[in-house]
Design a protein around this ligand. Structure first.
Ligand code: SF4
Length: 362
């Protein structure tokens, strides 16, 4: 496969593993922020190939996992309403809410549909003018521009039967929140390549400077991740702390300007709750005032829902890199992808699901 094979080449990977071993003179803790990178690391056994003193900490970069329970409950309350077609990405259907999940509600007769883009939901609204179509928009800066585009087009078209329940979050403020916490052990970051393909990496420069921490923007293939780790460990060994871009074939410092312009046009930056991390200043995106008619939270008044956090699930610790999934007492016993207790076991980018899929049979 052209352009991919070289990033999966075992000989190149082996050379990088050897170079990392030669370079590493002491223990280093490095967090990969993105759930896609976590899956690649576990799938390819990268953590097991590294020297023992290099510890990888899995970060909060799974969009489904960091969506707070109250938004799952709001989604359930809206989806249960008469005449609503509720649209969501597939993984969201299986995330447990306080009392049930969207899949269970669908089985009871609610019209809940899986879509691959908010623009598909917009099409549904145009096709069914007599129904209310609601899209559940979650995720990082990678998916937010398409949600913004759907809102923009709905406003242009004066489409009154379409609205969005939005829980989009921004990565740099979450990285800063982690670095500000007293008990964090992160010494270097692999930055999420997909997020930076949209946002560039200019927002990471002050973070690296202020917290004296190397940040290497990194892709998702095994060779990408090993190169990112090599660059990060090299900085740590040389006591440097700058932003480097391993993912140059996709990411530029300025990022995708039209996408950023669209985000600024449609969303305000707001304080936002993250599951497992709590409330983080300037870490969320909310529809601007002029988009209120397309804001499902305003249309359906779902603020007063009483959420009940499950006792057994420790995904909050997993998302902060404080607990390995396999060390959760429920892992692989009462919590499996078929019967998940938490979002980190549901999502295709969740750390618990990655360990279950690739390590459960070690
Ligand atoms: S294994 Fe299950 S219960 Fe434990 S943290 Fe992960 S999702 Fe939660």
């Amino acid at each position: 496969m052209k352009f991919v094979d070289e990033y999966r080449d075992p000989k190149t990977a082996r050379k990088l593993v050897d170079a990392i071993a030669k370079l590493s003179s002491k223990p280093w803790n490095i967090m990969e922020v993105c759930g896609g990178q976590t899956h690649s690391i576990i799938k390819h056994g990268i953590d097991q190939l590294l020297p023992e003193q290099i510890r990888l900490i899995h970060g909060p970069g799974c969009p489904v996992c960091v969506t707070p329970l109250k938004y799952i409950d709001k989604a359930l309350a809206i989806a249960a309403q008469h005449n609503v077609i509720f649209c969501s990405f597939g993984d969201m259907l299986r995330v447990p809410g306080s009392r049930q999940d969207l899949l269970g509600l669908k089985a009871q007769g609610a019209d809940i549909r899986i879509v691959y883009s908010p623009l598909d939901a917009l099409k549904l609204a145009r096709r069914h003018p007599g129904r209310e179509v609601v899209f559940f928009g979650v995720g990082f800066e990678t998916t937010a521009p398409t949600t913004a585009l759907a809102a923009y087009q709905a406003r242009q078209l004066k489409l009154t039967n379409f609205s969005q329940l939005i829980c989009h979050v921004r990565v740099p403020p979450a990285m800063e929140a982690l670095l500000s916490s007293a008990d964090h052990a992160v010494q270097g970051f692999l930055g999420a390549g997909h997020v930076c393909s949209i946002m560039g990496y200019h927002e990471y420069l002050p973070l690296a400077e202020q917290y004296k921490i190397p940040i290497v923007i990194t892709g998702f293939e095994p060779v990408d991740i090993l190169q990112g780790l090599y660059l990060c460990i090299k900085q740590l060994e040389e006591n440097r702390h700058v932003v480097e871009n391993q993912y140059q074939r996709i990411v530029t410092q300025a990022g995708n300007q039209p996408a950023q312009q669209l985000l600024r046009q449609v969303f305000d930056v707001v304080e936002q709750d993250w599951r497992g991390l709590g409330s983080i200043a300037a870490s969320g995106l909310a529809l601007k005032e002029e988009y209120s008619p397309w804001n499902a939270e305003q249309r359906y008044a779902v603020d007063a829902i009483d959420t009940v956090e499950p006792d057994a699930c420790r995904s909050g610790e997993v998302l902060q890199g404080l607990l390995k999934p396999v060390n959760c007492p429920e892992f692989g016993t009462s919590c499996t992808p078929e019967h998940p207790l938490g979002a980190t076991m549901v999502s295709s980018e969740g750390a618990c699901a990655a360990y279950y899929r690739y390590r459960n049979h070690d």
